[in-house]
Design a binder for this molecule. Sequence first.
Ligand code: BTX
Length: 327
Amino acid sequence: ESTRNKLIHLLEENKDTYISGQFLSDKLNISRSAIWKHMKELQKDGYEIEGIPKKGYRIVGFPDRLSENALQWGLKTDWLGKTIIHKEVVTSTQHIAHQIAQENTEHGTVIIADEQTNGKGRMNRHWYSSRDKGIWLSIILRPSILPYLAPQLTLLSACVLADVISQQSELIPKIKWPNDILVDGKKIAGILTEMQAEQDQIQYVVIGIGINVNHNHNDLPSDIQAKASSILMETNRNWDIKHFIQQILVTFEKEYNEYIEHGFTHVKKKWESYSFKIGEPIRISTLKSQWTAIFSGIAEDGALLVRNNDGTTEKLYSAEIDWFHEV
Ligand code: BTX
């Protein structure tokens, strides 16, 4: 843990009292003037710190706005988010991720924006990303898996979002294959996985995550108001976006490590627990046709498995699906 992290923790733990410069200097094994410099840096990043001669330091306000430092302080990950690039406005965090991934950027680099002017969904669809309301981030990964297995990472990411949303908010999220997170039948988050690969080797994968967090009904564009929602709208309270991002990164790192070490089985089970019930009828549309079939789970490579009316089982890699329920 860095000195700054330790300092922030000490300030947080003692936020009801003053802690002396001497105490901090002993604890962190750095000079009192180094402590003073750290305090100035923290203030620059939006931490409000009171310094009173003979009494010491006390933290009275935490930054609301996102910054690289604010996101990294207290972030309990080993490799994910060791480099965080935060921007106020971008076209798309995916776009930046691709640009910097070409330049040997390290595995686990995260790009986060307060607003996207040209957020991307799948198949060139638009993803609305209004300022300060949601989480718009991309993760650069360099997994040593075969390219055809990359869709498993989308399913893994969906499980991570579902886990974090249910843990933090006690909502009951559902995953709609392959990548939508729904609450009460409305979309609150989406995932876009893109990759650069050769025949048998992945150069990098970019996982784009978008979550509607603090949107009120009117913050959503009218064309999606009927089918989209936000965590605020579902829970009637405001959420700390920085804390949410940190939870996502911690949970993502854990699930990813587990996946690389032990494979897809764990993800598959979890994904199926958040998904439709196996055996339920679903409506499928592809570019060519539409039909009804029975959901029979996902395959080991992340593909959708359906049982058709004629009894055959089919594997689908690209389709839109809906299930029949009380929406
Ligand atoms: P998708 O293709 O599954 O969903 C896109 C569709 O969802 C749109 O056509 C629209 O109907 C609807 N939609 C658009 N914006 C929203 C929204 N904010 N909430 C709910 N529904 C919406 C899903 O694609 C993948 C989205 C990934 C977004 C992240 S954000 C960070 C990263 N950067 C970037 O440009 N994309 C990813």
